[in-house]
Ligand binder design. Structure first.
Ligand code: NAG
Length: 170
């Protein structure tokens, strides 16, 4: 007991930035998707890939607005269990993501339950919690839209994602 207290003291001295958070991304920030480069850019902070995961509960993942943005709507129990990726991020990256996701105006960052996919023991899938950016305010017709289990900007839905840099002013 005493040893572990001393150990954690040592760790907090040599690694002062222990302010790490876990974030689940399900849309354009995933590997191979149009905003992944922002996760890799160390000017934005640090993001370390931890695992692929799937939401424990189903949610509607829809593509909406004229910019074809993927949104996880906060309606648990409808839609599908959604696949994404868990990253460990530092405070700087978390602040970058909050700005990028327009949190809390567009998306709200809350915790979500996830089933880790690439675990070690076969059949033993661990449950983890991470932050997720999801939409709690949306137009009712978004609930009529097709839902996706795994977002792909180049999927056969044909809804091309428009990145922030390419959006024309209103
Ligand atoms: C990384 O982010 C910084 C700060 O936002 C930006 O100036 C730079 O162009 C980015 N680099 C890449 C390769 O995207």
């Amino acid at each position: 007991m005493k040893g572990s207290v001393i150990l954690s003291l040592i760790i907090s001295v040599i690694c002062p930035v222990v302010h790490m958070a876990r974030v689940f991304v399900y849309g354009t920030l995933k590997k191979g998707q149009p905003n992944y480069f922002r996760m890799e850019n160390t000017s934005n902070g640090q993001a370390v890939f931890l695992a692929r995961a799937r939401t424990v509960e189903p949610y509607p993942l829809v593509i909406a607005t004229k910019h074809n943005i993927p949104f996880l709507l906060n309606v648990p129990g409808t839609g599908q269990r959604v696949y994404g990726e868990i990253y460990r991020v530092d405070q700087k990256m978390l602040e970058f993501l909050d700005r990028f996701e327009h949190c809390p105006e567009w998306y709200q960052r809350t915790k979500i339950q996830l089933e880790v996919q690439d675990g070690d023991a076969e059949g033993e899938k661990s449950i983890e919690e991470a932050f997720v950016y999801r939409k709690t305010t949306y137009e009712s017709e978004w609930l009529q839209k097709p839902t996706y289990e795994s977002y792909d900007a180049n999927g056969d839905h044909g809804l091309k994602y428009v990145s922030p840099e390419d959006r024309s002013p209103e």
